[in-house]
Design a protein. Structure first.
Length: 133
C-alpha cells in the first residue's frame, strides 16, 4: 500500500499507542514518530464486558477503555483538522473495540486498518506491514 505524505499511522493495542506520520512520499514510505495528544485511559469501552464474579476480567475492561480513549483522541484530531489521512494498525481485539467508537469523519479519513499487534515492533516492521497491505 502506498500512503500520501503526511498520513498519520496509529499503532495500538490495549495498553500502548505509537503515532507516526509518513514524512516520505507515496513511493517512499518513511514513518517518523509524532504525537497528537494524550489518551484518556479512563474512557469507557463499549460496555460489552462487565466486572463481576462471573466475569472477573477487569484488565480487559481497562484495555477496552484505553482503546476507546485512543479513538476519542483520534476523532478529536480528525475533527480539529490535524489528521487528513489515517491508517490504524492494532491488535485484533483492540481494533474491534476501536471500530465501535469511530466518528463518521474519522471513517471518511481512514485509508486502511491492519489487524496486527505491532506495538512492540520496530518502525521498519510497521513500514513492512503497511507495504504488504
Amino acid at each position: 500500500m502506498m500512503l500520501p505524505k503526511g498520513t498519520t499511522v496509529a499503532v495500538a493495542d490495549g495498553e500502548k499507542l505509537n503515532i507516526f506520520r509518513n514524512s516520505g512520499d507515496e513511493a517512499n514510505l518513511k514513518l517518523a514518530p509524532t504525537t497528537l495528544s494524550d489518551v484518556d485511559a479512563e474512557s469507557s469501552g463499549s460496555g460489552s464486558r462487565q466486572d463481576s464474579s462471573g466475569n472477573p476480567d477487569g484488565n480487559q475492561s481497562a484495555e477496552d477503555g484505553f482503546s476507546a480513549g485512543i479513538v476519542a483522541m483520534l476523532n478529536k484530531s480528525v475533527l480539529d483538522g490535524k489528521v487528513h489521512g489515517l491508517v490504524v494498525i492494532a491488535a485484533p481485539r483492540a481494533l474491534g473495540e476501536m471500530r465501535k467508537h469511530y466518528h463518521k469523519t474519522l471513517s471518511s479519513k481512514l485509508l486502511a486498518e491492519i489487524a496486527k499487534d505491532l506495538t512492540g515492533h520496530s518502525v521498519s516492521d510497521v513500514e513492512a506491514a503497511i507495504k504488504a497491505a
